[in-house]
Design a protein around this ligand. Structure first.
Ligand code: HEM
Length: 493
């Protein structure tokens, strides 16, 4: 387990190393002060565009700040960064460049339209990754993971292997039995802990969610459904012994060589890491909103009840399966609203540009590093009515769009027609785990709402403040009371 943890390479590694370098410098108070002074001076001296020749065509932004990198320049925490960028965007527009001394600019894109134009319309040009900084280079085995590999034959091979070998829907569907047993395990743990706290007691649920999602991904990755604690705890051994999604048979474009054991571990770790925290964090945010908004929870429960009753399930069959989920538009809308309001990452991974290209009348030069602001786009009041509000109804199409008499949850979340939110990114680097993550979220939300009424801790409101760890998590982890009252009891009888 220790080894796997050390080798865990997932898609936030670049971001982590960025924040680590900021934090290190923060410890040195004098450097922080001088940085803050530079920030203020830059704001005051702002002249709209970088000066001189070809640089004049770069997207606008504050003047070059010497000696320090643009990332160190902008702030210290994710919310500071977003606040600063919001301020810059109101001043310079939807595309901003931060000048870096003697190197390519760092470009930030803040709107849906420009994200679509770059990631989809000009997808191939924006699909590269920048060279990894030393720590990420080590962790990603010299960029031999899907998320870190440059856009080219190696990334295509690894991604195709994951998409068709592991995440293919027929394969994912074949895990119905495994999902059920992981769910049962989760429900048992929650019940046991809730019973131990006594009447009115609340329990912390985030770690249980994380463990459940992790178990599912381990099985999907290694094709083994032995779910005892020992197997999970002994994951390092499992990784060595099992065929790890056929990775050992791949021949790399680099001279046809096989992957090394370390590279195989890196790729398995990428899958487990990329899928666990993101999905578990989103699940916690969704359940937190259902605790806060009992009316939404009840409406969802009614939808689930209707589908279950119509399919005449009873007793031990009372697990919502994938086929049932297809009949639950409100459930889909709740999950989409969770991903809009609380995307686990507020930025996609950094993209790099393979050739000079024009965007919004500005040149984005070859090798520029481009960041897309997922969090900002989800809060854009030009696109979303009352964006702070948790309102799943916004994803239900109007009654005139009823399909087969049912209201559908409408959104092209992959962004192939247009982009409204992009919690999974968009275009050629879009998250390959999108389908699996949506399925797991819908499956767990539906089954957990059917099993319990989720209520808040006595005397405490749910606090939706955020904090950046690997993903953007709840600053105060969700504590909930799990009840079986009134309407829930009647349904279960
Ligand atoms: C709620 C759950 C998830 C969210 C919100 C999410 C989000 C993202 C985002 C924003 C990216 C970066 C896209 C870009 O750079 O443009 C990404 C990449 C990636 N994700 Fe996910 N992800 C989730 C779950 C998963 C799962 C379950 C898996 C695997 C089973 C996975 C595997 C990956 C991989 C391998 C990449 C790199 C793709 C590439 O660079 O070509 N993710 N994800």
């Amino acid at each position: 387990m220790l080894r796997i943890k050390k080798l865990f390479v997932h898609h936030w590694t670049t971001a982590i190393s960025m924040w680590c370098s900021i934090k290190t410098r923060e410890r040195d108070g004098s450097e922080k002060k001088s940085r803050d002074a530079e920030v203020e001076r830059s704001m005051e001296n702002n002249s709209g565009r970088l000066g001189g020749g070809r640089k004049a065509q770069l997207p606008p932004g504050p003047p070059i700040v010497p000696f320090i990198t643009a990332v160190q320049w902008i702030g210290k925490s994710i919310s500071d960064v977003e606040r600063t960028l919001r301020h810059l965007s109101s001043k310079y527009g939807p595309i901003i460049s931060l000048g870096m001394n003697n190197s390519k600019p760092l470009i930030f894109i803040t709107t849906h339209d420009l994200s679509y134009q770059s990631l989809v319309t000009r997808g191939a040009i924006f699909a590269d990754r920048p060279p990894a900084p030393p720590a990420s280079r080590y962790l990603s085995n010299d960029q031999h993971t899907i998320s870190a590999a440059p856009y080219g034959p190696l990334r295509h091979l690894l991604r195709r292997n994951l998409t068709f070998g592991v995440l293919q829907s027929s394969r994912v569907n074949s895990y119905a039995h495994t999902r059920k047993s992981v769910l049962q395990n989760l429900k048992n743990k929650l019940k046991k802990e809730a019973a131990a706290t006594g009447a009115g007691g609340s329990i912390c649920v985030g770690l249980h969610f994380q463990y459940a999602i992790f178990c599912l991904l381990v099985i999907i990755c290694f094709g083994d459904d032995k779910l005892d604690e020992k197997t999970m705890g002994d994951i390092e051994k499992v990784q060595r012994d099992l065929p790890a999604y056929q990775l050992q048979y791949l021949r790399l474009p680099e001279g046809g060589r096989k992957l090394s054991e370390r590279e195989i571990v890196g790729l398995c770790s990428e899958l487990l890491n990329a899928g666990t925290d993101t999905t578990a964090t989103t699940l916690e945010w969704i359940m937190a909103n259902l605790v806060k908004h009992q009316d939404i929870q009840l409406k969802l429960f009614e939808e689930i009840k209707g589908v279950v009753q119509a399919s005449s399930k009873s007793g031990s069959e009372m697990t919502i399966q994938v086929e049932d989920i297809q009949k639950m538009p409100y459930l889909k809308a709740v999950v989409l609203e969770g991903l809009r309001r609380h995307p686990p990452g507020h930025f996609v991974l950094p993209h790099a540009v393979t050739e000079d290209t024009m965007l919004e009348g500005y040149v984005v030069p070859k090798d520029a590093i481009v960041h897309f602001m997922i969090g900002e786009m989800a809060m854009d009041s030009k696109v979303w009515d009352n964006p702070m509000e948790f309102k799943p109804e916004r994803f239900l199409s109007s009654s005139s769009n009823k399909k087969n008499g049912e209201i559908a949850a409408a959104l092209d979340i992959a962004g192939s027609r247009d982009i409204k939110i992009m919690p999974f990114g968009a275009g050629r680097r879009i998250c390959p785990g999108l389908g699996l993550a949506m399925l797991h979220l819908e499956y767990f939300v539906a089954n957990l709402v059917m099993e319990f009424q989720w209520a808040c801790e006595v005397g405490h409101e749910v606090d939706l403040s955020e904090k950046q760890v690997l993903t953007v998590v709840m600053k105060k982890p969700l504590r909930a009371r799990l009840l079986l009252p009134g309407v829930w009891i009647m349904f279960h009888e």
